[in-house]
Design a protein around this ligand. Structure first.
Ligand code: NAD
Length: 476
């Protein structure tokens, strides 16, 4: 772990083995933290907070720019670790590792641009101000699907505003995150500003979330975990941002560019083996183009998504992250088939010795998926796509909105009126029109409904780490 500027082992001496989901081999291990280390990390962050918050913002910005430079140099090392611990193809791990540098640069550029307002008041002898102060100690909790991106989404705006951080990554993907924290610290962060502890959520999560000196919790993970964190946060009225599960709908209208739409669907569903929060998780296609669209996406699934070890040449899709994860997706597919769905591609595990020790699954596409099947009512966190035929836009939007989730969404049409209706009526934090579901640093990202609340990315992410205070100044 890294606490108060130092590498730290667990007092208990216990460790967590990190295994490669492609073949089961041990990649490395990290200390298994306990409540003792959580407390030490929060105390260190609380102690470091006043000086970090008071540091001239241009100086904070310089440190973050320097950290970005170091992260750029470290991309090859981090990407390899990430591929081994998470399972994703190396090229995709390189993309992810590069995002940390980009995110650091974006928020380093904003660190000296945070300001309040001058507010005239009715009484001419007085005027009002608003000032924005960093919230304090942030507990940043991340999942295993995009460990580095989701770390950066939290620590970059937090550090830029003057907050200090205790980070807890998922216990199955701690390695690249640990190295990233060491590298960012080496750019000149004062001790205690950025700390990392390791352990399962069940063992140390509650202690971190409930710690009275934690002022803000920035969480990404499952909706069920988010609900628990929300309840625990209530005891100290701790601020929270919850980035939770999703079941993003895509609507394909009769005038859609089917070639581009099917390419975007394949990437949106099979990238990261489908283990992405923003992803094409349900397709609602107009009847007149359904057959052509389904043929195109099934072809792509069969031909373009080579499955294998993340470090092997030419692989586009790694294994599922855990055995449990694969079993869950297979059960969701089986449930749909039992209820009448047809498999157009996949639905199988790849065969051969090279696949025997990993949690591999083929890219899978299903049609005629009934509305009450698990694939449409739950989040499918794997490479399986349900397709539903609809008759018009109203039906498509009603079905899109039938989920408890509201994270991403997309529509493919050349008709501006249809696009506008979808943009205004789909209940989600993001809607793409004729484009692939990719998030941008410049645009706020976050969910509605049970996908959570609060924003990451954009200027808006800063708001989650700042408290606005009103001031009245009287001449008298
Ligand atoms: P998870 O909720 O199981 O775990 C996420 C993190 O929370 C891990 O670090 C875990 O150790 C920790 N945790 C677990 N119990 C805790 C507790 N009681 N207190 C504190 N921390 C605790 O999620 P996961 O399975 O790792 O991630 C997959 C989920 O994340 C999916 O639902 C996916 O949609 C969601 N996700 C959402 C976004 C988004 O931005 N909305 C992004 C990526 C992933």
């Amino acid at each position: 772990m890294f606490i108060n500027g130092e590498l730290v082992d667990a007092k208990s001496g216990k460790t967590i083995e990190v295994r490669n989901p492609s073949n089961g081999t041990v990649v490395d291990s990290v200390p298994r933290g306990s409540v003792d280390e959580v407390n030490a990390a929060v105390e260190a962050a609380a102690k470091a907070f006043p000086a970090w918050a008071a540091m001239p913002p241009t100086k904070r910005a310089q440190i973050l720019h320097a950290a970005a430079e170091k992260m750029k140099a470290a991309v090859p090392e981090l990407a390899k670790l990430l591929s081994q611990e998470q399972g994703k193809p190396l090229a995709h791990a390189v993309l992810e590792a590069s995002r940390v540098q980009e995110n650091l640069e974006y928020y380093a550029g904003l660190a000296d641009k945070i300001r309040g307002d001058y507010v005239p008041l009715d009484d001419p002898a007085k005027f009002g101000l608003t000032i924005r102060r960093p919230i304090g100690v942030v507990a940043a909790i991340t999942p295993w699907n995009f460990p580095l991106t989701l770390m950066a989404n939290k620590i970059c705006p937090a550090l830029a505003t003057g907050c200090t951080v205790v980070l807890k990554p998922a216990s199955t993907t701690p390695l690249a995150t640990q190295r990233a924290v060491e590298i960012i610290n080496s750019a000149g962060l004062p001790p205690g500003v950025l700390n990392i502890v390791h352990g399962s959520g069940a063992e140390i999560g509650d202690a971190l979330v409930s710690h009275p000196k934690v002022n803000k919790i920035a969480f990404t993970g499952q909706t069920e975990t988010g609900k628990r964190i929300m309840k625990l946060a209530a005891d100290n009225v701790t601020r929270i941002t919850l980035e939770l599960g999703g079941s993003d709908p895509m609507i394909v209208c009769e005038d859609a560019d089917l070639r581009r739409a099917s390419a975007a669907t394949a990437i949106g569903r099979f990238f990261n083996a489908g283990q992405a929060c923003l992803a094409v998780k349900r397709v609602y296609v107009f009847a007149s183009v359904a057959e052509e669209f389904m043929t195109k996406i099934a072809d792509r699934a069969k031909k373009e998504w080579k499955v294998g070890d993340g470090l092997a040449e030419g692989v586009k899709m790694g294994p599922l992250h855990t055995e449990h994860q694969r079993a869950e997706v297979e059960a969701q597919v089986a449930d749909a088939v039992k209820k009448g769905a047809k498999i157009l591609a996949g639905g199988t595990r790849p065969q051969g010795d090279e696949y025997s020790k990993g949690w591999f699954m083929d890219a899978t596409v299903l049609s005629e998926v009934p509305d009450d099947s698990r694939m449409l009512t739950e989040e499918v966190f794997g490479p399986a796509l349900p397709i539903v035929i609809v008759n018009d836009l109203d039906e498509a939007i009603a079905k899109a909105n039938s989920s408890v989730y509201g994270l991403g969404s997309s529509i493919w049409t050349k008709d501006l009126a249809k696009a506008r209706k979808a943009v205004e009526q789909i209940q989600a934090g993001y809607t793409w029109v004729n484009d692939i579901q990719v998030a941008y640093d410049q645009l706020p990202f976050g969910g509605s409904k049970q996908s959570g609340f609060g924003k990451e990315h954009g200027l808006e992410a800063l708001d989650g780490y700042l408290e606005k205070k009103s001031v009245v100044l009287s001449a008298g």
